[in-house]
Ligand binder design. Structure first.
Ligand code: PLP
Length: 430
């Protein structure tokens, strides 16, 4: 499989270049040149497959240049935690993506990327610098995924004062090859700074730069695996008649939704896809008005989705050739307020006894609007990461898992930078 830029200004390239460059030379995001398909035989026995075998099958459709036994090892090392599908209530299922080391779904993609990258770096004998902009969870997943990986330096940019204390501690206390930069601005500012650095020839002369944001396809492609695995578990344990479930994805930068859409395109049996956003509703607005109008991001309770200009949306526009009708056929988008989010956490707790985090709650609330026919919601974070919201919603002090408790005691190490590019450039050149 070759990969091309959504802007159409760079030739087709191989996956090792995609993972290393992150953004094409014309400034566009990489996408697969074509859509491969799983075979009907494999799809017919999907329900009997393991996470590893589904992962190997799907990733090798795109990464055939990695020998199959190496790809198997990458997958085994990256995904050493369970991804169960559980029933919340009739017609409503949670795909629990939060059992990795930082308790959020981004571990899945970040750990795969770290393993795949170190495979290529070992082959090429190279050293690289990873730049990543985060609204909270990406930074911690990338920090943990890449910590102590040889030949890799990591710079994490996050908006000062706009991430939770836990998220901040998770990305600022590792030290070693992980450096945290606290930006006096929003997540969108961080993302812009990273994009600017990635294409800056001065910096690229002294460092080999790449990004580990979901704009890097190496994080996004492996995420397809868990949607297929979620469908497999659903078919095995819960399917009745010929039902085909909807997949609901709490969305911010729209990487996770794009992975879900790709999973449908390669043939996995998914009904509608639902993009559930918080008050940052650029995409729901686009679906209802036809106008794509990015806005500054708004702070909400589901802060990892506070994105005013979703970076991955261009990938969907490319896939659907800018045909909004075709996109509407496959995807719906809903915006959920903070009040609805809190009400959903309360309602779910009262009806099922289960505690869901605010991001997952946005997804569950969206699923309800479609009448649960049936729906799989991507449960993107562990509720213990958001104790204040849980307390507010149901009055319960969430006990912190041990891993989070110990991180709170560690010393924060970060550098504060103003929201302008020169300062970042200076740091990267020094
Ligand atoms: C990052 C994140 C999201 C949003 O995912 P995107 O791929 O950026 O749309 C949702 N929930 C949680 C908990 C996250 O960390």
């Amino acid at each position: 499989m070759k990969f091309v830029s959504v802007n159409g200004g760079s030739g087709a390239t191989t996956f090792d270049q995609v993972i290393l460059q992150s953004i094409a030379s014309d400034g566009g995001l990489y996408v697969p040149e074509s859509t491969p398909r799983l075979t009907p035989e494999f799809l017919g026995k999907l329900h009997s497959q393991s996470l590893e075998s589904i992962g190997l099958k799907i990733t090798s459709l795109f990464l055939e240049e990695i020998p199959s036994n190496d790809l198997s090892k990458i997958i085994e090392r990256a995904w050493n935690f369970p991804i169960p599908l559980t029933r919340l209530e009739n017609g409503l299922y949670l795909l629990e993506l939060f059992h990795g080391p930082t308790l959020a779904f981004k571990d899945v993609g970040a750990r795969f990327m770290a393993e795949a990258l170190s495979f290529f770096l070992a082959q090429h004998h190279r050293h690289i610098t990873i730049l990543v902009a985060t609204s909270g969870d990406t930074g911690s997943a990338v920090a943990h995924g890449f910590f102590n990986t040889p030949h890799i330096d990591v710079f994490i940019l996050y908006p000062s004062g706009k991430v939770s204390r836990l998220q901040e501690q998770q990305m600022t206390t590792l030290g070693g090859n992980i450096r945290a930069l606290e930006v006096d601005g929003t997540f969108d500012d961080c993302q812009r700074l990273v994009k600017q650095a990635l294409v800056d020839p001065d910096i690229n002369r002294s460092r080999t730069l790449t990004s580990a944001n979901s704009i890097n396809l190496a994080r996004l492609l492996p995420q397809m695996t868990y949607y297929a695995w979620g469908i497999a578990q659903w078919q095995k344990n819960f399917r009745r008649d010929n039902e085909v479930p909807m997949v609901v994805v709490p969305s911010g930068n729209f990487g996770n939704l794009t992975a879900a859409v790709y999973t449908k395109w390669i043939g996995v049996s998914i009904n509608k896809l639902v993009a559930a956003t918080n008050a940052n509703d650029v995409v729901p607005q686009y679906f209802s008005t036809g106008q794509y109008a990015p806005k500054p991001s708004i702070q909400t309770l589901s802060n990892a989705m506070d994105v005013g200009n979703p970076g991955n949306f261009v990938r969907l526009q490319y896939l659907y050739k800018n045909d909004i009708e075709a996109m509407r056929n496959d995807i719906s988008a809903v915006s959920i307020t903070d009040q609805q989010t809190v009400e959903e956490i309360r309602r779910t707790y009262e009806h099922t006894g289960r505690i869901i985090d605010p991001h997952t709650a946005v997804g569950v609330a969206a699923a309800r609007q479609f009448g649960l026919r049936p729906s799989i919601v991507a449960a993107t974070a562990h509720p213990a990461k958001f104790p204040e919201v849980i307390k507010k919603a149901i009055g319960i002090e969430m006990p912190l898992p041990l891993s989070l408790k110990s991180v709170l005691k560690k010393r924060k190490q970060s550098v504060t930078i103003p929201n302008n590019y020169q300062e970042l450039k200076h740091l990267l050149l020094s």
